[in-house]
Design a protein around this ligand. Structure first.
Ligand code: BGC
Length: 732
């Protein structure tokens, strides 16, 4: 891109570190000079015509004028550093007080070097990798004009019909909390450095519980579920220092989150202790009129500011009506002071007052796709893929096997997933190319489109497959079938891909599926036809290279599912940490009258925590250091894990608990710890976990998060359905 400001030199001098008190003083002083309108201006995130728009159209004509008038505090979705520079210059030089803008963007799983999508990354069960990916994303985006990223997405997800499951860390609150910390720390290492960005935890809260998986749908979460399952990842992000929180589109307790005073003031501020900026989602403030709790935009402004919304994204209710509302005494000006104070504090914390152009780089492309960044992306990709089936050691493939590589994703560069940041799919390594480059004996056929009824390419695929030893099918969803506004009611392989599998299987050859997807899919109809199944998700820039290594055993799969693959969509929502029923399946009191379906099992196709490896691990000798747990004590749980195969590999060891009797019904299993280990051939390692009473706590009948005395089962194993058991007693 041509630099329109070639004579401009931007300083990269170290930015002054200030204490919270010093920043407060500076903000107070600045605010004493601000008009009410200027304060309200800091509460507005403006869009720009060249920004990535994910929602309804908006009018961008007034952008520059608004900035000059001091009526915008931040800008959404800009990547062009020339424009960013020009807009910032306009704010700093042409507005009355010269307050810099904050540039925000969606850097969700990479800026230019793309990492696997977030659900895939969570399957590494490795916070260090998430930290590393976030650090690389922060580096590339902080050199591309971005001051703050709208990440991490912390929605707990239990319904694969919902398109945005690919942005999350899956169905477990503990795992998601560990990952939340890694994201925030990776992005925000040092806000004053030139390599970090501020983070925004989203979407507060409950968006992932959209009924029936339909995008933006109503949510109905009990208070206990909210605190037990949906809030912990936000608590973790807040404790890790996230600077912003974004409100969700949905209702909680029938009040849209963007105007939900109880959730924003009582829960987010008072209970979770959040001190940063609360921003709305894209036009979610205006949307409260559609939720029918505000009759017009004036009421939108009033309800949202009273509820605790500091910063309004795209909709203009604040800049249009807040001043009037204050004059009418319908809104306390203190609320505006507080919100404006938080926004300005963040700008000081980021060093924007000292260097408003700190993240502007006219040569930003030079900071993208560095060798180290690509190496990180490959490392994460190798550990994100999940081996779901491997009948008779169908995988790894042998060097001399004659392969027919078939399917719409075999030669596709579209292997990034939604929210591609600044990605260019031409950077992606392609599976077919990677196989050819490594000298494998591979022929290719298209097979079919990922989502059409056209079977005209089947004949060619059958012919190519007929001449090979092994069929490798690269199939699944197209990358934009998941992500925002991409809910599906049917989560089978789209188009005629199932038929393609069935036709090819008739050749009687070994059939491997490399599954590209943003969500768990219903594979029950074809699973018996498949000998080897590698869930590739969308692995990002290094996809092809990573898959070649995994398919040929140069790398050993180690990922495990963080979201259940249902048997059919009829089981959805299905998740491992469910409650028992009064008539559990394994206790047949009433013969027919037990919890089940007439037509399908209760168990999923692939459970939470499940993933195979080319190694085989044996778990034995689960033991506890003592049987009784008193307050302020710890019990050590140990297990021996042995690699009983001829391949070295990584294993994720999972720790679950079960409260056998509590004042409220608790899940059959609750994940409380995990460790990823690497075992050489025949190596045994003793893995230890510490258990204290805090780990056994749950929101009890009085909504206190406590450990009630009683018996607790402790489970350790390779997945949520393959566990060794011990029992301890917790006493007061
Ligand atoms: C999404 C957010 C995103 C925002 C800004 C919205 O449509 O829900 O996740 O951060 O757009 O791009």
């Amino acid at each position: 891109m041509k630099n329109k400001f070639s004579d401009v030199t931007i300083s990269r001098n170290p930015l002054p570190k200030r204490s919270a008190e010093e920043i407060k003083e500076l903000v107070d002083k600045l605010m004493s000079k601000m008009t009410l309108a200027e304060k309200i201006g800091q509460m507005y995130e403006i869009g720009h015509s060249s920004s990535a728009i994910t929602g309804p159209e908006f009018d961008s004509n007034q952008t520059v004028q608004r900035i000059k008038d001091g009526l915008a505090g931040s800008v959404l979705g800009m990547y062009d550093n020339n424009v960013i520079y020009a807009l910032q210059k306009c704010a700093v030089e042409d507005s009355r007080l010269g307050i810099p803008l904050l540039f925000c963007n969606d850097i969700i799983h990479g800026c230019r070097t793309m990492f696997p999508h977030n659900l895939a990354m969570s399957c590494t069960w490795e916070p260090n990798l998430i930290y590393e990916a976030s650090k690389v994303s922060a580096y590339e985006s902080s050199h591309s004009g971005v001051n703050l990223t709208f990440s991490p997405m912390l929605d707990l997800v239990r319904d694969p019909r919902w398109g945005r499951v690919m942005e999350s860390s899956g169905e477990d609150p503990y795992l998601a909390s560990v990952m939340a910390k890694a994201y925030v720390e990776g992005y925000q290492q040092d806000l004053l450095s030139y390599d970090s960005v501020a983070s925004c935890a989203k979407h507060f809260v409950g968006y992932g519980a959209a009924l029936a998986g339909r995008e933006y749908n109503t949510v109905d979460i009990s208070k206990r579920a909210l605190h037990q399952y949906y809030l912990p990842s936000f608590k973790s992000a807040i404790d890790s220092g996230t600077k912003m929180v974004m409100t969700a589109f949905n209702v909680v307790n029938d009040v849209p989150m963007t105007a939900n005073k109880e959730m924003l003031r009582d829960v987010l501020r008072n209970q979770l202790g959040f001190k940063g900026v609360v921003i709305s989602d894209f036009t979610s403030s205006m949307e409260i009129t559609h939720h029918k709790i505000a009759k017009d935009m004036k009421e939108v402004a009033k309800k949202c500011v009273i509820a605790g919304l500091d910063h309004e994204m795209i909709s203009t209710s604040y800049i249009d009506y807040l001043e009037e509302l204050v004059k009418e005494k319908a809104v306390d000006p203190k609320l505006i002071d507080e919100a404006c104070h938080r926004v300005l504090t963040l700008k000081y914390e980021l060093g924007l007052f000292d260097n408003p152009y700190k993240n502007v780089y006219f040569d930003f492309e030079n900071y993208w796709l560095g060798e180290a960044a690509k190496a990180s992306s490959l490392k994460v990709a190798l550990e994100s893929a999940v081996l779901l089936k491997n009948e008779k050691n169908a995988l790894p493939l042998k060097q001399n096997e004659k392969i027919a590589l078939i399917g719409p994703l075999a030669k596709s560069k579209e292997v990034v997933g939604a929210w591609g940041g600044k990605c260019n799919v031409n950077d992606s390594s392609v599976l077919y190319d990677a196989l050819v480059e490594e000298g494998h004996d591979v022929s290719y056929a298209y097979g079919c489109d990922y989502n059409s009824s056209d079977k005209s390419h089947f004949a060619e695929a059958l012919e190519v497959a007929g001449a090979a030893d092994t069929i490798v099918l690269a199939i699944g969803e197209q990358q934009h079938m998941s992500g925002e506004a991409n809910a599906r009611s049917n989560i089978k392989l789209p188009g005629v891909q199932e038929e393609l599998i069935n036709e090819l299987k008739k050749l009687g050859k070994k059939l491997i599926v490399v599954l590209f997807t943003g969500r768990p899919l219903d594979l029950t109809g074809v699973i018996d036809q498949i000998d080897g199944l590698l869930c590739a998700w969308f692995l990002g820039t290094q996809s092809g290279i990573a898959l070649e290594k995994l398919l040929y055993g140069k790398a050993n799969p180690s990922g495990k599912l963080t979201m259940t693959f249902p048997y059919t969509v009829g089981q959805v929502p299905i998740f491992y940490n469910n409650l028992n029923t009064g008539r559990p399946l394994n206790k047949v009191y009433f013969d027919h009258y037990t919890t089940r379906y007439l037509d399908i099992p209760n168990t999923p196709l692939f459970p939470f925590g499940f993933g195979l490896s080319y190694s085989k691990f044996e778990y034995s000798n689960l033991r506890v250091s003592k049987k009784t747990l008193s307050p302020n004590e710890k019990i050590i749980v140990s297990v021996d894990v042995k690699n009983v195969s001829k391949v070295a590999g990584k294993e994720i060891v999972e720790l679950y608990i079960e409260a056998t009797c509590f004042s409220v019904s608790r899940p059959n299993l609750e994940l409380k710890g995990f460790k990823k280990i690497e075992l050489d051939i025949a190596q045994t390692e003793t893995i230890e976990f510490e258990i204290d009473q805090q780990m056994l706590a749950y929101y009890n009948i009085d909504m206190q998060n406590i450990t009630e005395p009683g018996l607790y089962n402790i489970y350790v194993g390779p997945s949520s359905i393959d566990l060794l058991k011990e029992t301890i007693e917790s006493v007061n």
